[in-house]
Design a protein around this ligand. Structure first.
Ligand SMILES: *Cc1c(COP(=O)(O)O)cnc(C)c1O
Length: 379
């Protein structure tokens, strides 16, 4: 017998790096002639920065976006020559850290721009950066008056090597939302103030809003990892993360008996219940517990969808397999909790959240398998 992590961990998270690369190529095709970058912040949305970044580099991706300088440091060790933008901007007093690692801060204020330019002067050269201008989301970025103030601050402007002008869309996943056109037009006016500087506006959904949105560089995140960037239409992306739990025990439950903590599910017929070794410690949202409205959550097992019943516990969850042929589910049978049949957007919807939160909250107890790339990628 083998004793692999898969055999011993109970639940398995497989990350399909070939699907990830296919997703990047799909996005690159949609965005062309713009360049397709990748948002890999948050440990590549929970899927693992090192294998994800290597696979994307191998597919041809050259521009990467992280949130924090610490994430930039980790990514620099993996990809020595990639362009790395730090979306949270320049942290106070940390310019030298960015410069040594060749991290480009996405500057968000005049104060940051002055600090970066002043440091460049001490360092002996103009250092690359992006300028992040707010066009309506009111999260990070120069306000438009502050952007004008920067343009007229010659000393600061002379000290900056501006490699990208960027802004972020608030409502890209709702193509008909009027904010999209407003932001695009506001961004066009900003671009006109800095001619010749490459520009970036689109996240995953922005890639599908059309040519006015793709600009020179797009920055998809969730779509690379299998999330649907076009929520009103079928998902053009492939599933990347597959989470499976194994059956620990199967039991017969008589009508009137209940399953799980707080007895929230009651059998209305003689039922067969399979208990899976995956729970909220593994990242299965407790909100998937037997739902009162809009029908139950499901898992995919033995070729069919089966409802989740009772409460999700820390280490396990129960499903109703009464409708499956008796012999099709036995001790050790794997059930897909997330993957090709149970999409991350669908599961997130059942849990009252979004695919981003679902992925970034995946646990660490199960075995993690990276599938699809045979050898280390040289960079
Ligand atoms: C996270 C992020 C992205 C990627 O967004 P997705 O919706 O995951 O494609 C792009 N740009 C900025 C500024 C971000 O913060």
């Amino acid at each position: 017998m083998t004793h692999t992590p898969e055999d011993l961990a109970g639940a398995v998270l497989s990350i399909n790096l070939v699907a990830l690369q296919e997703n990047w190529r799909t996005l690159q095709r949609h965005a062309a002639p713009a360049e397709c970058g990748a948002a890999v912040k948050g440990n590549a949305y929970g899927l693992g920065i090192a294998p994800v970044a290597r696979a994307l580099w191998e597919a041809g991706c050259r521009s990467f976006f992280v949130a924090r300088p610490k994430e930039g440091e980790e990514l620099r060790a993996i990809l020595p020559t990639a362009t790395i933008y730090v979306l949270d901007g320049l942290f106070p007093g940390q310019a030298e850290f960015y410069a040594k690692l060749k991290l480009c801060p996405a500057l968000i204020s005049l104060e940051e721009a002055r600090e970066w330019a002043a440091f460049g002067r001490v360092y002996g050269r103009r250092l690359a950066c992006a300028l992040h201008v707010d066009t309506g989301i009111n999260r990070l970025g120069f306000s438009q008056p502050e952007f004008e103030a920067l343009l007229s601050d010659r000393q600061t402007m002379d000290g900056l090597e501006i490699s990208l002008l960027m802004s972020h869309l608030a409502c890209a996943d709702e193509p008909a939302h009027p904010m999209n056109a407003c932001q695009r037009d506001a961004f066009a006016a900003i671009r006109a103030r800095l001619p010749g500087v490459p520009a970036s506006l689109a996240n995953s959904s922005g890639v599908f809003l059309g040519s006015g949105f793709t600009q020179d560089l797009v920055r998809p995140g969730i779509a690379l990892y299998g999330g649907n960037p076009t929520p009103a239409a079928p998902n053009p992306m492939q599933a990347v993360a597959v989470l499976e739990g194994a059956v620990l025990q199967i039991r017969d439950v008589r009508p009137g008996e209940t399953v799980g903590y707080s007895a929230t599910w009651t059998a209305t017929r003689t039922s067969r219940v399979a208990v899976l070794g995956a729970g909220y410690k593994d990242g299965v949202p407790r909100a998937l517990s037997s739902r009162q409205s809009d029908g139950p959550a499901h898992v995919f097992i033995a070729g069919q969808r089966c409802p989740v019943i009772g409460r999700i516990s820390m280490d396990m969850m129960a499903i109703d397999v009464t409708n499956l042929p008796q012999e099709s589910v036995t001790r050790g049978t794997r059930a897909e909790i997330l993957g090709r049949h149970i999409g991350i957007d669908e599961a997130a919807g059942w849990a009252g959240t979004i695919s981003y939160e679902l992925l970034t909250r995946l646990g660490s107890r199960y075995a993690r398998l990276y599938r699809g790339l045979e050898s280390d990628v040289s960079v």
